[in-house]
Design a protein around this ligand. Structure first.
Ligand SMILES: Cc1cc2nc3c(=O)[nH]c(=O)nc-3n(C[C@H](O)[C@H](O)[C@H](O)COP(=O)(O)OP(=O)(O)OC[C@H]3O[C@@H](n4cnc5c(N)ncnc54)[C@H](O)[C@@H]3O)c2cc1C
Length: 385
């Protein structure tokens, strides 16, 4: 076990932090408040090779792992300008295509996902299924050489910026009639595919959408991976999703904590700076510890994932996402408290961040479903639902 990052990892951290400092939180909030996007930053990050560090070199990626992709997102978020679509495009979709796609699919998608010229969204959540993915009702039916998809999805991020959505649907087993999960790359301009924005009360430039798939006809090669192995393929993409959600939360919380500490060192309303009062210093120290612990678990999950141990990575990735969500919510809340009234001003922008990190308690998987997973799989307790 080694707790020291390699020279390459440290250099990557520094290079990403430098890019992040050129954009920063002012850029992020301006785009979020005016309906703008983070396209310029996305493209720059793509050109520098940051978006595809985890993807195979053979297909234009950096040939590194989820550890390195998490470094990229953590450092951008720590600079105040995290890229939500990194959780989805290179991490979930890139991973699934790189591991299970056909050669043609890899050649078509991976170079573009790696250099940022294409974005893929990911659609699993449905209005009537929510946390219960066994209840998905988006169904794919084979019709000669084509597939026909029907269904609805909700809360899907970044569809307006995406070239395609990796849709989790189901097919009916010819023998048993039972529905089995299956993955499709659905182009966002496919006939029958429509999407409308949901009005969310979070400060993110990326929007969430309601998707409608009405007789969307796709060629046979739109099916990603094996029709009969989609569940395992899906799980391979969900561990990266949880690791990257952790990286986003840890980075955002680092940003808020830096702001709070800088303020607490300067602001003086009695005889000493407010940071000298233990009533503020201790909670700031406490969230610093909690953040470091969450980050350590995220790094463990990424290391296990990169070593090929999907099972062990699953437990660690869930624990990391849980810990990162809890630590980031407490950190941003304490940062707001530290700034007093300034914590709620648009100038400092911390109040808006609270809703963003709060999202990590719900998406991509809720804290309760993680607790269920740990109770059942790690502790062997019976299931109630
Ligand atoms: C900003 C944002 C972006 C998102 N982006 C995407 C995306 O790009 N793609 C995508 O597919 N989805 C996306 N989602 C959806 C997200 O993954 C879901 O919101 C999440 O999985 C929870 O589902 P739900 O909202 O339907 O809640 P529900 O399943 O209705 O749950 C409601 C509450 O009940 C609790 N609950 C449910 N079942 C149990 C149980 N058995 N035991 C204990 N408690 C339980 C939950 O934990 C939760 O607190 C996004 C959501 C948000 C907020």
């Amino acid at each position: 076990m080694n707790f020291t990052e390699t020279d390459e990892q440290r250099a990557l951290r520094a290079a990403v932090a430098e890019l992040g400092s050129r954009y920063g939180y002012a850029y992020f909030t301006k785009q979020a408040r005016t309906g703008g996007k983070l396209t310029q930053l996305w493209q720059d990050a793509g050109k520098l090779g940051f978006l595809g560090v985890n993807l195979p070199e053979q297909f234009g990626g950096g040939g590194a792992g989820m550890y390195e992709l998490a470094i990229v997102l953590e450092e951008l978020a720590a600079a105040g300008c995290g890229l939500l679509m990194m959780v989805v495009s290179p991490a979930i979709c890139g991973t699934i295509i790189a591991r299970f796609g056909t050669d043609e699919q890899k050649k078509h998608w991976l170079p573009k996902l790696a250099n940022g010229s294409a974005i893929m969204a990911f659609g699993i959540t449905e209005p009537d299924a929510g946390s219960n993915s066994h209840k998905l009702t988006t169904v794919a039916t084979r019709d000669g050489d084509t597939w026909v998809l029907n269904g609805r999805k909700i809360y899907i991020s970044g569809v307006d910026e995406a070239d395609a959505v990796l849709i989790v649907g189901r097919t009916a087993d010819a023998k048993t009639g039972k529905l089995r999960p299956v993955l499709f790359a659905v182009p966002t301009d496919a006939p029958g595919f429509t999407f409308t924005p949901l009005e969310m009360d979070v400060m993110m430039p990326e929007q969430q959408f309601l998707l409608f798939l009405d007789d969307v006809r796709l060629p046979a090669d739109a099916l990603i991976g094996e029709q009969n192995a989609a569940l395992m393929q899906l799980f391979a993409g969900l561990n990266p999703e949880r690791i990257m959600a952790s990286a986003s939360a840890v980075g955002t919380a680092r940003f808020a904590l830096d702001r709070a500490v800088a303020y607490a060192r300067e602001r003086t309303v009695w005889s000493a700076p407010i940071g000298a009062h233990q009533g503020l210093a201790h909670p700031l120290a406490q969230v610093k510890i909690e953040l470091e612990l969450a980050k350590l678990m995220m790094q463990k999950a990424a290391t296990l994932y990169d070593s090929g141990d999907d099972m062990a990575a699953g437990e660690a990735a869930n624990m990391a996402k849980y810990a990162a969500a809890e630590a980031s919510v407490r950190t941003v809340d304490q940062a707001i408290q530290t700034l007093g009234g300034s914590g709620l001003t648009a100038e400092y922008g911390l109040a808006g961040l609270l809703a963003n990190v709060r999202t990590t308690r719900i998406a991509p998987v809720s804290r309760e479903m993680i607790l269920n997973f740990i109770a059942q799989h790690s502790l062997g307790l019976p299931k109630s639902y």
